[in-house]
Design a protein around this ligand. Structure first.
Ligand SMILES: [Zn+2]
Length: 617
């Protein structure tokens, strides 16, 4: 048994209330196998049915959330996957392990290359999409499946930053050796993987979700984005683990910032370029940029190339590793293909057209197809862009370049913009874009619990709110200048928007009194900013040392979210669906009529089952 499965079983952290931590979707195969052999069938998902050459497959699950594949048909042999067991009915069953999932992917795609059970990299997904961060995994995906089905629109239905939000290696996690991520606004570092799920567990879960709801029957291709894959810098030592973990992702975002952060540009940049970058490549890039209609300033060009060349060399190595890992494991072209995004919004300042052109020309010359490029537009997370005319001009300049390289524009920090902002993005690019959203959905969970009449949902909401209030209070009097400044901005914003006085920082007692006088609300900025860290805070405690806790204490806290009521889940699902429909309409990815019909349907649902039943149509 793997260390992670032993750990989870030892602490009774089962998949039903702590999904996607282990790469496997079966922690205890001996127990599930015994149930199956004894003819005590687990719950079977009838809509999960699909075919391969070997026969008909169905997904089953017991009360702990352990899953098994059941194969019926003439080719039903116990060695089709690992650890098979023959059942008296003539069928065979297999544990839903990660290694079995990889084998199953080949069986499925060899039989039907157009299958939409697994995430893929279709041409359409590489042109226009919405990036939907799945902070709450199994609670989240069914709503995304509902939207894709209702709009007949495939999107990036699974997305998270790795290793920032997801655990990249559960053995490293169990050894207590995960690196940390600085959060200056909290004045501390939090362990990576602060949402608790592993990249493989998340990869596994998003596929099983499609089968449980029968989404795969709709034939709508969807993608899974391994977001902000860090290139170079301190990540060199574990790039092979990053590659292996992301093997089911059909879409990779390359983030050069770790390497850029440690690159020192030589004083004589031109001389350095001459000595270090192949002249032929430089000439090719210059010619391509000129062909795109841009004039190169030699000095600026040399400086940029000297700055980015070490990153590009590492990006090329990584790109080849992603390709090789897929070629090794997957037998079909559709199974091996992946989309690529180049994130350059981490470079200093607003991105110029010249920079975008040079970056894309380098990728092209190095044989890396880029589907999306993410320039910096000066977006603040969760804040509308204040000037639509200025935004239009900025995007027009970038689009003039991107379209010549066949690349769509990725809008990072895309949550919380105005409808008009999204319209501008869609109009200028002809909907050749991706809007990345993630934090928005944690907010939607807060709204869902806040609105729920269920007693346990309300208790979780109150604890969650209190957690952020306490962090805001601590931060407001922190000795760390950034932390204090940010906390006071969040507190002041909440007070001002509630029509209260904002001169409350004389001492902590005054601040506490002011905050406690506010009615609890998911609209308060301090709740919004601190909320995501409650998920894995040991004991739910508002203490820096409790954040991102990958011991049993952190996972017991996480389990509270996965135990919310059906009413809470329905609220959450409707909120997610409503937001994605809003994005699809304003960016022009779906027509107003289609979106209106989807909204009408959504308003009708009074139970979660009604909503989920409609996914497969
Ligand atoms: Zn980015």
């Amino acid at each position: 048994m793997s260390s992670i499965n032993a750990f989870l079983l030892q602490h009774n952290l089962r998949i039903a209330t702590n999904p996607c931590v282990s790469p496997d979707f079966c922690l205890d195969w001996p127990a599930l196998r015994a149930e199956l052999v004894a003819g005590k069938p687990p719950k079977v998902y009838p809509k999960s049915r699909f075919e391969t050459k070997q026969g008909i497959w169905l997904l089953g699950e017991n009360e702990h959330g352990d899953c098994a594949w059941r194969l019926d048909g003439p080719g039903a042999k116990p060695d089709v996957l690992d650890d098979g067991v023959a059942l008296s009915s003539g069928a065979v069953a297999f544990p839903a392990t990660f290694s079995n999932l990889l084998r199953l992917k080949n069986l499925v795609q060899e039989h039907n290359p157009a299958s939409t059970i697994f995430p893929t990299a279709t041409e359409q997904l590489g042109r226009s999409t919405l990036g939907v961060g799945a902070r709450f995994t199994t609670l989240h995906w069914p709503a995304v499946e509902w939207v894709m089905s209702a709009l007949s629109l495939g999107v990036t239905a699974n997305q998270n930053s790795i290793p920032r939000e997801l655990v990249y290696d559960t053995d490293v996690m169990l050894a207590g050796q995960l690196d940390t991520v600085p959060f200056p606004f909290i004045g501390t570092n939090v362990p990576e993987g602060h949402q608790g799920q592993s990249v493989e567990g998340m990869s596994h879960g998003c596929i099983l979700s499609k089968l449980k709801t029968g989404f795969h029957r709709r034939g709508i291709a969807w993608s899974f984005n391994a977001d902000h894959q860090p290139i170079g810098g301190k990540f060199d030592s574990r790039e092979d683990q990053l590659v292996t973990g992301c093997v089911l992702a059909s879409y990779i975002t390359f983030d050069l910032s770790p390497e850029l952060a440690q690159t020192k540009v030589a004083d004589d940049a031109a001389g350095w370029v001459k000595a270090n970058v192949p002249a032929e490549l430089v000439a090719q890039v210059k010619a391509r940029v000129a062909k795109a209609g841009l004039t190169i300033n030699e000095a600026d060009f040399a400086k940029l190339v000297a700055y980015v060349w070490p990153s590009f060399q590492k990006m090329k190595v990584r790109y080849e590793k992603y390709s090789a890992a897929r070629a090794k494991l997957f037998a079909t072209a559709v199974g091996r293909a992946f989309l690529s995004e180049l994130s350059i919004d981490e470079l200093p300042g607003l991105t110029t057209s010249e920079t975008t052109a040079i970056m894309l020309a380098f990728c092209e010359a190095l044989g890396m197809k880029i589907h999306f490029v993410a320039p910096a537009f000066g977006f603040q997370k969760n804040m509308p862009y204040p000037d639509n005319a200025a935004l239009r001009t900025l995007i027009e300049k970038q689009w003039a370049v991107c379209k010549q390289f066949g690349a769509s524009i990725g809008f990072h920090s895309g949550s919380g913009k105005s409808a008009e902002n999204y319209q501008v993005m869609g109009q200028v690019t002809g909907s050749r874009l991706e809007i990345k959203t993630s934090g928005r959905y944690t907010y939607e969970m807060g709204r869902a619990l806040f609105a729920s009449t269920n007693v346990a949902d309300q208790a979780l909401w109150r604890d969650w709110y209190k957690f952020t209030l306490e962090l805001a209070l601590l931060g407001s009097f922190s000795a760390d200048a950034t932390e204090q400044k940010m906390a006071r901005i969040f507190v002041t914003d909440a007070l001002a928007k509630s029509g209260k006085g904002t001169e409350v920082f004389a001492n902590p007692i005054v601040t506490r009194a002011a905050l406690e006088a506010l009615p609890a609300s998911p609209e308060h900025m301090f709740w919004f900013e601190y909320n995501f860290l409650h998920v894995l805070a040991a004991g739910g405690r508002a203490q820096k040392a409790a954040l991102g806790d990958h011991t049993a204490a952190g996972y017991r806290q996480r389990a509270r979210f996965y135990a919310i009521s059906d009413e809470g889940r329905l609220n959450f699902s409707k909120n997610i669906a409503t937001y994605i429909v809003f994005l699809a309409e304003n960016t022009g990815l779906a027509t107003a009529a289609t979106c209106a019909a989807a909204r009408t349907l959504l308003a009708r649902y009074t139970t979660l089952d009604q909503m989920l039943d409609d996914i497969s149509k």
